[in-house]
Write a protein that binds this ligand. Structure first.
Ligand code: ZN
Length: 310
């Protein structure tokens, strides 16, 4: 028995200075800071969520800023590249926009699609691809329009320590369809409109090291708690060490390390980011779950203030 995910729910990465992260993802990429909270497992660290206007699953990238953290190394056992999707025809605009902000942008091609490849301020590898599929964004700050703004994730490139086993998991247990092979990449597709194109590097090279500038985990969509519980049973039966359900306030999560050592999460679509603040003011205040609310005063004193400029 297997289950189907429609694609990526969110991707979480470790970065350095939080203000640099906000300046890059909100100002340069034009995403919305939809939640400013703390890492529930380490509340002295921010957890910042960026996405479309409402933080739709498939658009959300989240960050743990480790201010004095050591630099990691992108490699096997990690998500190697995070891919964003923009409307068809918008790539030339993005090349100019990124270069105007001083980024080095290279144009690459995979599976007959052009990609803009670049890095964020802390070394995370990003790409932008143009596709018709997926609805245009209504969050359009600073010169952006629905015809140019990032819609959400195009997908991700996985670097696995055991690519054959990761491929088997994606195709046989998670319901993705193999689309093709090209050079050193195998492409899979999930059924969703965004965050649905997954490239797997077909050979392992060098293990990654967790740290600043690396992806911590990738979360896949599931509809609700009942489905999540089925995922938990099925994955456990296949021998994966799956965690109990964790309440992340805006969704619930289970985690397991797949056999290529990439940390996978299965996250519910709901309840979403309007759970504790109105959609109009998402991301403006520091939001804390009940277990950390009692330490608000201390946290507000110790967390470095951040300012968002759209
Ligand atoms: Zn997560």
């Amino acid at each position: 028995m297997s289950k189907y995910t429609t694609g990526i729910h969110h991707i979480s990465a470790i970065v350095g200075d939080p203000q640099e992260t906000v300046d890059f993802y909100a100002t340069v990429l034009g995403l919305r800071l939809v939640k400013k909270t703390v890492n529930f497992d380490d509340p002295d660290t921010y957890h910042l969520y960026f996405g479309d206007e409402s933080g739709t699953p498939g658009t959300i990238i989240t960050f743990f800023p480790w201010i004095n953290g050591s630099t990691g190394r992108i490699g096997d056992g990690q998500v190697g590249v995070t891919s964003y999707v923009v409307p068809e025809g918008a790539l030339p605009y993005w090349k100019k926009r990124l270069e105007k902000h001083g980024l080095i942008v290279s144009l690459t091609e995979r599976f007959n699609e052009k990609n803009l490849a670049f890095e964020d301020p802390h070394g995370l590898r990003l790409e932008i691809v143009a596709r018709a599929r997926g609805k245009n964004s209504t969050w359009t700050p600073e010169e952006l329009s629905p015809e140019t703004a990032i819609k959400g994730f195009g997908g991700a490139t996985l670097f696995s320590r055991k690519p054959k086993e990761t491929a088997h998991l994606l195709e046989m247990d998670m319901g993705l369809t193999k689309f093709g092979e090209e050079n050193d990449f195998i492409r899979f597709r999930a059924s969703g409109d965004m965050g649905n194109v997954i490239d797997l590097k077909a050979t392992a090279t060098r293990n990654g090291l967790t740290g600043v500038g690396t992806v911590h985990h990738i979360a896949w969509r599931t509809e609700n708690a009942a489905e999540q519980s089925e995922w938990q049973d099925i994955l456990r039966n296949k021998g994966y060490g799956v965690t109990p359900v964790k309440d992340r306030n805006y969704f619930t999560s289970i985690y397991f390390r797949e056999r290529g050592q990439i940390l996978f999460e299965i996250a519910t679509d709901g309840p979403g980011f309007s759970r504790d603040e109105s959609e109009d003011t998402l991301g403006e205040q520091l939001m804390l779950p009940p277990q950390h609310e009692k330490h608000r005063e201390k946290l507000e004193r110790t967390l470095i203030p951040i300012n968002v400029h759209y």
